[in-house]
Structures are given as C-alpha cells and as structure tokens.
Design a protein around this ligand. Structure first.
Ligand SMILES: Cc1ncc(COP(=O)(O)O)c(C=O)c1O
Length: 455
C-alpha cells in the first residue's frame, strides 16, 4: 500500500474515459462536495443524476453497518435475504398497479439488458419466437455494455464498437419544439409516435420484441419530454402490435421527476421498467428490472428467468436501497422534487430572455435540462469544434457548481446540460445554483455569440 499522496508525486494507475483534470474529493454532505483543498462544490447534477438523497446520509450509513454486522453478502442461489425480499415489495408498492415483480442488478446497463432478456424469454414462453428486435430512439442513452449499446442511440459516439454490436432499429426522438412551421406541437408529437408504427411495419411486426424509451430523456437529450399525446399513442401502438413497452427509468425513476416513476405523469404503464441510479442514491451499486406477474408467470412456467449476476439482490445493496426509499417517504422527497423542480424550472425558463443560445428548458421535477444551440427556431447546433458542452460546464465547475453536460451524435442535436440537484434541495440552494449558473452563462456567452455570428 502506498502512503504517497496521489498527484504530482504519483501518477494515477487508474484509467477512465477522458475528463478534464479533476481534484480529489474529500467529503460530501447534503447537496455539497468538498475537494482536498477545501473548495466547496454544489452537486447540481447529483453526479450523473444519482445522489438523489444527497451526500453523507446517516440513515444509509447506519443501515449499511447494521446489515454488515449481520451478513453483507449471501448468493441468491444459496439463500433468500430479507432486505431484498422487503425492498422488492416496497418497490412494488411504489410503482403503478401491475408492476410488482422485481429482479435486482447492480446498475443501469445491467438492468436494461435484464429487461430485454426477460422480454425475449416471455416471447419464447408465449409462442412468439420470431420476435427479437428491440426498437429504440435516436438519440438516446441506455448504457454502454455491448448489449445496452445496441439500444443507445449515439452511432458516432460509439462507432468503434459498431462491428461488435447488433444494429437494432431506431426511430427519431421527439424534438417537437423544432418542428416545421404550421405544425402544432401535438401534431409533431403524433408524427414522432407514428414513426414507431411505421418502423414496426417496415421491420415486420412479427419480428419486433420491444420498444425501449426514456420517458424523460437523460444524457442524450437533456431531459427531453413530449406532449401527452406522444405517450398514449406509443402505448396504443405497442398494444396493437403486441410489442412490449420498456421504460428506461434508470435516470427518471425512483422519484427524481416528482413521481416515483415518471411514467405516472402520463398515466401510461409500461410492461417493463429499468431503475438504477437514485434507487440506492449512489451509496452502493443497485438496479432493478420491474415487471408484471403476467410476464413472470409465463417465464416461470417455461423454466424460469435464465439470467443473473453475482451481485443480484445482494443483501447489503438492498439494505441501502431500503434506507434510501425510507428517506424518500419520511421526508417527502418526491413531493419536494415536484415543488423545487417547478421552482427551478421557472427560474431556468427565465434564462431564455437573456441567453438566446439556449434552445429550450426541458424536463419534469428535478430532472431538468437545456440545450445550447445556434438557432432557436430550427435547433441548428453550435459548431462542434466550439465544445460548448465542455466550456459552459467548466465555467460552472470553476465557480463551484457541478452541472452535467454531454454531446450526443457529434452535437447534431445541440449541446446538452442537465441541472438536477439532489431531491433534498431547498429554495435558498436553488437560488445559489441559479446565481452561479447565470455567472457561468455570462462568461460563456461571448464565445457562443461569436460562433453564431461567424456561421
Ligand atoms: C436512461 C439510462 N439508462 C441506462 C444507463 C446506464 O446506467 P449505468 O451507467 O449504471 O450502466 C444510464 C446512465 O446514465 C441512463 O441514464
């Protein structure tokens, strides 16, 4: 073991995707993180929309210790365990009627793949062996394991893997704000939803297993939502063609949107749901695939779900999941996400007046975002070489505010930013976030304006 501080004297032995130079984190409390030099950061994105109950939570710490004192790990094939059984019941209670069966994994990509594998096994169990294709949206983000990448709609970003990935069909994500003149937003939304039907017919309905979508977009689309008609039409099309509807709520679920599942905003119940991130709020890796008794009964009758991982339903992870959920319930964090989200969204919408390069403010609850573009009418992006997604986030970071930024499809749909603080955020803290965000936008504005003028 080394006692030399990592840094100038000892280069890191870790490898990771390219990131700007970052300080060493020292501690976290509530919505704040501190680095080793004592600088404070507002975690205005909850990491990647994960630290939903904030940092340094005492109940979670105690639950972890208590469970570790009993048993940290016991393999699911060898033992049932109480935290996993109870957490599955609690998730079933939180989710809409009909979603009451839970498979636990360790993260988003894992449970997205669990949803797809379960869908396939259900098709086989019900005599629909020709169904194997999963339609997803472009752009979208469903994870980076090879299976999940076949669903993630970002061909440019992961092109080096394309020979190794099954090329699953894609339909356009519903960017209804940037629609042709004369079309209403609902007409645009219906057009996007009907693209699913057209793709099902084009591929051959008998080959389509499922459609997967993020009901509120995440990393790929900066909290993109569509008008209500989109969601009801999607459900209708899936029912008509017996295509399973998978909602990837890895980011939008577990209360972040102001409802436990964001599906509840539209009264649409999917057949399968993927949950992760906020489920254990970053305290431990945990994900869940949630579905109906009908699907599980068919799969069980055909021999059972042929899938699993070493850490599936780990006692300590599920004990943390229970403590995180208890925090939500006891402190009305989902209600707070709805209330503070409305306040924050209003404040973000106020930015549209000063910063013409912000396209639109998107999202629900505390899953909010905006795109940075060159033309608000058409959604034309800023030149990619400007690296707007990096520069603006860095201006905020330097000032002690972390926002999440990402560019999908080489920036063809703009540069995306998510403002998604922990669900414990207060009104004063929202003011603090907005003050720094405005400073960062003002610092970035001359660069954006010069690029727009030059193009
Ligand atoms: C909607 C969505 N699905 C899946 C994933 C993949 O999750 P993980 O990084 O835990 O594998 C993410 C991660 O950001 C996500 O936002």
């Amino acid at each position: 073991m080394t006692s030399v501080p990592i840094g100038d004297n000892l280069p890191s032995s870790m490898f990771f995707w390219p990131t700007p130079e970052r300080p060493m984190v020292e501690r976290g409390e509530g919505i704040y993180l501190w680095d080793q030099d004592g600088k404070r950061y507002i975690d205005g994105s909850s990491g990647p929309q994960t630290a939903n109950i904030g940092h340094g939570n005492a109940r979670v710490r105690e639950a972890m210790v208590l469970q570790a004192e009993k048993v940290s790990y016991a393999f699911r094939s060898h033992f049932l365990n109480e935290p996993a059984e109870l957490l599955a019941h609690e998730i079933a209670d939180m989710t809409p009627d009909g979603l009451d069966q839970v498979f636990f994994g360790s993260g988003g990509s894992e449970v997205v793949e669990a949803c797809v594998k379960l869908a396939r096994q259900y098709a086989l169990a019900t005599g629909q062996a020709t169904r194997y294709k999963v339609i997803s949206r472009l752009p979208s983000y469903h994870g980076t394991t090879l299976g999940a990448l076949s669903l993630t709609g970002d061909p440019g970003g992961f092109s080096m893997f394309s020979p190794m990935i099954v090329n699953q069909p894609k339909i356009p994500a519903p960017f209804c704000r940037y629609r042709p003149a004369g079309q209403t937003e609902d007409e645009a939304a219906l057009g996007y939803a009907n693209a699913l039907e057209a793709e099902i017919i084009h591929q051959g309905a008998e080959t389509i297993l499922a459609f997967i979508m993020e009901p509120i977009g995440g990393a790929a689309t900066a909290a993109l939502t569509a008008p209500d008609v989109y969601y009801t039409r999607i459900r209708e099309i899936c029912d008509q063609y017996s295509v399973l509807l998978i909602f990837d709520e890895v980011m939008s679920g577990a209360g972040r949107s102001g409802k436990y599942l964001s599906a509840e905003h539209w009264g649409v119940t999917p057949d399968l749901v993927a949950l992760a991130k906020g489920l254990a709020s970053g305290y431990i890796p945990l994900g869940a695939c949630v579905t109906s008794r009908k699907i599980i009964s068919a799969v069980e009758d055909a021999g059972g779900f042929m899938h699993g991982h070493t850490y599936s339903a780990s006692p300590i992870a599920c004990a943390v999941g229970r403590a995180v959920l208890a925090e939500h319930v006891d402190n009305d964090l989902i209600g707070n996400a709805a209330r503070m989200g409305a306040l924050l969204k209003g404040r973000l919408e106020g930015l549209l007046d000063e910063f013409e390069f912000i396209g639109e403010i998107r999202g629900r609850g505390l899953l909010l975002g905006f795109d940075v573009i060159a033309d608000r009418k058409t959604g034309r992006p800023l030149p990619p070489e400007l690296d707007a997604h990096y520069h603006l986030a860095q201006e905020a970071y330097d000032r002690g505010l972390i926002i999440y930024s990402r560019r999908t499809m080489g920036g063809a749909k703009g540069d995306n930013f998510l403002v998604s603080p922990p669900l414990i955020v207060t009104e004063d803290q929202i003011n603090e976030i907005m003050d720094i965000l405005i400073q960062a936008l003002r610092a970035f504005a001359p660069t954006a304006r010069a690029a727009i003028k030059a193009n």
